[in-house]
Design a protein around this ligand. Structure first.
Ligand SMILES: NC(=O)c1ccc[n+]([C@@H]2O[C@H](COP(=O)([O-])OP(=O)(O)OC[C@H]3O[C@@H](n4cnc5c(N)ncnc54)[C@H](O)[C@@H]3O)[C@@H](O)[C@H]2O)c1
Length: 342
């Protein structure tokens, strides 16, 4: 079992069997008698039962609320439903809210808890690769609004994060493969040894911990996402454009993997990225089962780049790699990107 501390009394416990510590973690931050277990309709019942048992053993009366699964339910209606549930069950600021699920549950339940009665103690229990390696540690909570992703939200860090890697065993193949894209990103931007260990399998506890540690270090250095933390967007600029160019048939994690490869190629053509980087990331993508053919998508993706939220109309803030573990941010004119990648 691994522990991650942030120096402010909040901790993440990461590894097989970590959920045995859920009751104690909630007790530490919530002296009350109730725990709301917020999850979504795709999280297997066995995980919900396990979490409920741990909370009951710590003396909580457990009230379970299930949000319908899927990004389209990361919205105001789900928030209102959660707040109504907390109200009806008589939750006070001494009671705990637990978010059990992937990034969708973490973002929604985390925000619901952050603002209900000005803040109830929130404990995050991530159950997907993306949430266990990335989203649970960022302190970003919120929901989508109108056409915009994550438009309504707040920076609010959980009181504790209980990351039980046993929960990953039930992930469907596509979620696992997509999640490995995020793991490869951490290997590329910060810790090349992560890349060597990527296989068409679940990440080891050591890898989940390594990613979490990297994410936390960026978050602590730039808690409100004003600069340094933006290198975590590596692969996402081309990735979003590929996702859109494919009519959203390309899953997010796959799109980001292809976006990383395109960004490395762009870096090579700019003379920024040293040789060998592309091959190392491509090899990890292939071992993970992430198809590496992105070239055919660029013609449709390039015209979408000016629509990116980081665009100022003429140029775009891009994350490139000088070498593995050494990201750099560059503002690049669209005309240059189109010339090098078209
Ligand atoms: N807050 C942040 O910093 C941050 C960072 C990255 C992504 N995100 C957000 O995270 C979301 C994506 O997260 P995600 O990829 O975890 O998707 P998700 O939360 O939608 O989960 C994907 C699917 O897997 C199911 N699932 C969850 N755990 C499971 C398990 N153990 N076994 C079987 N099925 C399981 C879910 O029910 C869901 O259907 C997006 O909304 C994104 O905006 C947030």
């Amino acid at each position: 079992m691994y522990e991650l501390h942030d120096g402010k009394g909040r901790a993440a416990v990461i590894g097989s069997g970590a959920s045995a510590l859920l009751g104690a973690a909630c007790r530490e931050c919530a002296p009350g008698i109730r725990a709301a277990l917020i999850t979504d309709g795709g999280v297997p019942g066995e995980h919900i039962e396990k979490a409920a048992e741990e909370l009951e053993a710590a003396g909580f009366a457990v009230f379970t609320f299930v949000i319908p699964r899927g990004e389209e339910n990361k919205n105001l209606a789900s928030l209102e439903a959660i707040w109504g549930f907390l109200y009806d069950k008589g939750f006070t600021r001494t009671d705990a809210v637990v978010g059990l699920g992937g990034g969708m549950v973490g973002d929604t339940a985390g925000f619901a808890a952050a603002v209900y009665k000005r803040g109830l103690p929130f404990v995050s229990v991530p159950t997907t690769i993306i949430s266990q390696t990335d989203s649970a540690y960022g302190g970003k909570t919120g929901v989508d609004f109108r056409e915009g992703k994550n438009l309504i939200g707040a920076f609010s860090r959980p009181a504790a994060i209980i990351c039980d890697t046993d929960f990953l065993a039930t992930l469907p193949e596509e979620e696992r493969v997509s999640g490995l894209g995020e793991v490869i990103k951490y290997g590329a931007i910060a810790e090349p040894s992560i890349l060597e260990n990527v296989a068409r399998d679940l990440p080891s506890d050591e890898t989940v911990f390594a990613c979490a540690k990297i994410k936390q270090s960026f978050v602590l250095a730039d808690p409100f996402d004003m600069g340094e933390r933006r290198v975590l967007n590596f692969g996402h600029t081309f990735g979003h454009a590929f996702e859109e160019a494919s009519g959203f048939r390309l899953p997010h994690g796959r799109a980001v993997a292809l976006g990383m490869l395109a960004a490395i190629r762009l870096g090579e053509r700019l003379g920024v990225t040293e040789s060998g980087v592309y091959e190392a990331v491509e090899s990890a993508c292939e071992r993970a089962g992430l198809g590496a053919r992105w070239e055919a998508l660029t013609a449709d993706a390039l015209p979408l780049l000016p629509l990116d939220k980081k665009s100022d109309g003429a140029s775009l803030d891009f994350v490139l790699l000088e070498r593995l573990g050494r990201p750099v941010r560059r503002r690049l004119p669209f005309e240059l990107i189109a010339r090098l990648m078209g």
